[in-house]
Design a protein around this ligand. Structure first.
Ligand SMILES: NC(=O)c1ccc[n+]([C@@H]2O[C@H](COP(=O)([O-])OP(=O)(O)OC[C@H]3O[C@@H](n4cnc5c(N)ncnc54)[C@H](OP(=O)(O)O)[C@@H]3O)[C@@H](O)[C@H]2O)c1
Length: 268
């Protein structure tokens, strides 16, 4: 921890070592939030922290946390409370996808992904909600346009994001009147570490496509969170697609996603 903060607002951002989470960290810092950055990549997060502290007068705390383990989220909460920190904003952003046919893919990475993308989101939301209620704070959950329909070749990932969207909207309604706002940020394909991690460069969803940057998605998502928007889909075409599935037969939607996501090379 370095530099004195000029205010006392603090945001926890999970998955802040790269991509959208790293870009969200800059958005919060620009607004004067002190930051707690959490992910496994401590070296990358320290570099993010150093760059932010050069530009903004905020305190940045880096915590190494493996959030796809059963105890990871509770341990992170305990670490933050041991430092005497109260959160004004919680950003559940850490997540990843796995790409491939469900009949061929390994179970263990899919269960680990479910732990990170869903259980950790629920656990951190539950444990930090007293802070957010006390501070009339902000909860920002990174879902995906994957949340709006089933996703052949990324079946488990799409289902985890449907969970995040449903969960976020439901607790947003419960929290009405408390001053806490909940925003589900639903990006479409975005340039980040995601495609490498999912091993999906051969998917027609991304192959040869110019994707928006993580910085563009984070800036728009941050503005949506500030205005308290419950569901935010960055990008006009992504928004149209997310809306159109509501009026299209589900089998047709699923078939279209299958075509759009198909491996350009066969997957194993
Ligand atoms: N990029 C897209 O196309 C896209 C589209 C829609 C939604 N999203 C969502 O956006 C969020 C951020 O992903 P991204 O696109 O920015 O990808 P990214 O660049 O790969 O970033 C993923 C972040 O999650 C962290 N993470 C992964 N496993 C973790 C673990 N076990 N414990 C703690 N942190 C972990 C990573 O940090 P470490 O590896 O250092 O732990 C990293 O900081 C995810 O929830 C993703 O599902 C992405």
């Amino acid at each position: 921890m370095t530099n004195m903060s000029i205010n006392n607002k603090t945001a926890l951002i999970t998955g802040a070592s790269s991509g959208i989470g790293k870009a969200l960290a800059s958005e919060f810092a620009k607004d004067g939030y002190n930051l707690v950055l959490a992910a496994r990549g401590v070296v990358n997060m320290q570099a993010v922290a150093d760059a932010i502290q050069k530009r903004h007068q905020v305190m940045v705390t880096v915590i190494g946390a493996d959030l796809e383990t059963q105890e990871g989220a509770a341990q992170l909460h305990a670490d933050i409370k041991a430092r005497g920190i109260t959160l004004n904003a919680l950003v559940n952003n850490a997540g990843y996808g796995t790409f491939g046919e469900f009949s061929q893919s390994a179970l263990a990475p899919e269960l680990a992904m479910m732990q990170l993308n869903m259980n950790t989101v629920v656990t951190l939301s539950k444990l930090f909600l007293p802070d957010l209620i006390a501070t009339k704070g902000k909860l920002l959950n990174t879902a995906s346009t994957a949340a709006f329909q089933p996703g052949p070749y990324m079946a488990v990932y799409y289902a985890t994001k449907a969970f995040v969207l449903s969960f976020s909207e439901a607790i947003a309604a419960e929290l009405e009147g408390t001053g806490v706002t909940v925003t589900a940020l639903c990006p479409g394909p975005t340039a980040s570490g995601f495609q490498d991690k999912a091993d999906m460069h051969d998917s027609a969803l991304v192959k040869g496509k110019k994707l928006p940057t993580s910085e563009e998605v984070a800036a728009a998502g941050y503005r949506a969170m500030r205005r308290g928007q419950r569901v935010f889909v960055p990008g006009a075409m992504n928004w149209v697609m997310a809306q159109s599935v509501r009026f299209t037969p589900r089998n047709m939607v699923t078939m279209m996603v299958k075509m759009m996501s198909r491996p350009v090379q066969p997957v194993h």
